[in-house]
Write a protein that binds this ligand. Sequence first.
Ligand code: AMP
Ligand code: GLY
Length: 429
Amino acid sequence: MNILLLGSGGREHALAWKLAQSPALSHLFIVPGNAGTALTGTNLNVSVNDFQALKKIVLDRHIEMVIVGPEDPLVNGIHDFFLADPEIHNVPVIGPRKKAAMLEGSKDFAKQFMIRHGIPTARYRTFDPSTVEQGIAFLSSLDPPYVLKADGLAAGKGVIICQNLADAVHELSDMLVDARFGKASHKVVVEEFLKGIELSVFILTDGINYKILPEAKDYKRIGEGDTGLNTGGMGSISPVPFADKTFMDKVESRIIRPTVEGLLADNIDYRGFIFFGLMNVGGDPYLIEYNCRLGDPETESVIPRLKNDLVHLLLSTARQHLDKETIAVDPQYAATVMLVSKGYPGFYEKGKIITGEKSITGSFIFHAGTKMRPDTMQALTNGGRVLAVTNLADTLQEALSGSYENIKKIEFEGKYFRRDIGFDLDQTF
Ligand code: AMP
Ligand code: GLY
């Protein structure tokens, strides 16, 4: 079958690489893709939010399944667009409909859902420009630090953590009154700070059944020791050593199952991935956020550990047959280190020539912000996060060493990476 994959990051290259291993795949098209996905199929230079153009691709290229990588087209209603059009309504879309994508698209919607279905999460209240005073009073009732979240999508930048009350009050009015994040901060969720260690848990659900995929941990800050600005993610590891059976049983019974049952109870059809951003607070999982997609760079560690045929698994998702599937996971550790452009997550230059990435052995190279120079077929940097280097090995230490060894062989001007991925888990080394 022909498949269309939407997105252009390391997550999409990892998915494309995995899809390409399926005997069921005839041809993979990627919109817009990157220099890595071009090795697995055909990149098409169209916006993931141009639904009419995507429809034309689906008809012209005889696409039989659409897989959505990033949240944007989901929140914009791509799945509903397909369902409403008689010419393409039979083509399954992997990713939730607009209403369910609100679990990521609106923090307030997500928190209401969690509370309604008894899912453990930080205590919170939501405010708008007419309730700033109540917001300040609520902040005053909490202990520092203070967590403020723009309700809508803000490209991963909408969460602000303040160490003292004065800063929190200032930020709240900046977000609500001065519209710091535009429409996204028209509503602001204020919540208590959860102290613990984070991890990312993923499921695939067909709306009735679900399968738990390997969990992962990502490293969001630009600087070593988790310092500096937030990024899209500087590396990831999977499995997560502290996510043992006792902990994961709690995650399943307290968070995953109530979520899938809650979607059913609320009459929300959901076929796709759910990403649970969790905090382990003294051995108990709390839900920080939902994402309606896989994580990046978690996918680059998760997908290489998944042994199932991904095309088959996604077809079962579309057909609501996931109960017939068994997830098979490689017990090895995966470690992913991101190579980023100098200056990221602030200003960075693009168009730098990448060398050495083709000669790597023993690691997977997943392209993120790259593009192919058509005349020389050479990969150029084209984004902040450039390449993910993933290694599999029997121990986390060996997996990390494998990635770091191979990173030495890849060069581009301004290459930067964190040398301490996994640093907080060294009790397992
Ligand atoms: P989010 O966009 O909701 O994932 O939030 C971004 C980051 O802010 C998370 O990955 C956490 O590190 C942090 N964060 C969000 N909510 C909380 C909370 N209630 N307590 C502590 N940290 C939080
Ligand atoms: N790595 C976090 C995310 O994909 O949102």
